[in-house]
Design a protein around this ligand. Structure first.
Ligand SMILES: Cc1cc2nc3c(=O)[nH]c(=O)nc-3n(C[C@H](O)[C@H](O)[C@H](O)COP(=O)(O)O)c2cc1C
Length: 173
């Protein structure tokens, strides 16, 4: 088992998957548990995570995401949806506008690292037609799809992408 720093360093976007290697229920459950272990404003977990395994639905998600075909290829696609009304009940406009999205993306980030720890790969997809995703998953109108995440066993060895220098993104005061 890798330590936390190695886990973070080994996470790279995977855009080719072994479509004949399913994601078993046990690791998927562990990944979802880690998503739900993330912090959230007021501990409200103002999000919903939809697990899409069905090949036809994955193909439809790929079509809704400008034909990013690896979405159809990966055996699982998680759809992270914010639930702004849930946060608004406690935190009003700030909860609706900010916290629900933060809750959702932190949960997704935890899930993405858990995928590495589970020996699989993932990609975060933000480029999709929100209404198309809403329609095809018949989502509750209160839910806002924020990110898709493919999960599966990699069929490629992705290389590390560069990052901005720490001093360009951090200010010490
Ligand atoms: C908000 C967000 C949106 C993204 N949208 C897409 C996307 O639509 N398609 C895609 O292939 N990758 C997408 N990515 C993945 C990034 O391209 C990728 O994380 C970045 O290039 C760094 O590469 P790495 O993940 O391998 O470190 C997205 C990532 C984030 C955080």
């Amino acid at each position: 088992m890798w330590d936390f720093f190695s886990t973070v360093r080994h996470r790279h976007s995977v855009r080719h998957y072994q479509s004949d290697m399913p994601v078993e229920d046990a690791p998927l459950h562990a990944i979802l548990e880690m998503a739900c272990a993330a912090p959230s404003a007021g501990d409200l977990q103002a999000y919903r995570i939809i697990v899409v395994r069905d090949p036809a639905e994955r193909a439809a998600l790929a079509a809704a995401a400008e034909n990013q075909q690896f979405i159809a290829e990966a055996p699982v696609c998680l759809v992270f949806c914010a639930d702004p009304k849930r946060s608004a009940r406690e935190f009003g406009e700030r909860g609706e506008r900010l916290y629900a999205i933060q809750d959702t993306t932190i949960a997704a980030a935890y899930a993405q690292l858990a995928v590495v720890a589970a020996g699989m790969g993932s990609a975060w997809i933000g480029y999709f037609d929100t209404d198309a995703v809403r329609r095809l998953l018949t989502l509750d109108t209160e839910l806002e799809p924020i990110a898709l995440m493919t999960i599966g066993y990699p069929a490629e060895l992705p290389t590390a992408t560069p990052r901005r220098r720490i001093n360009d993104v951090v200010s010490f005061r």
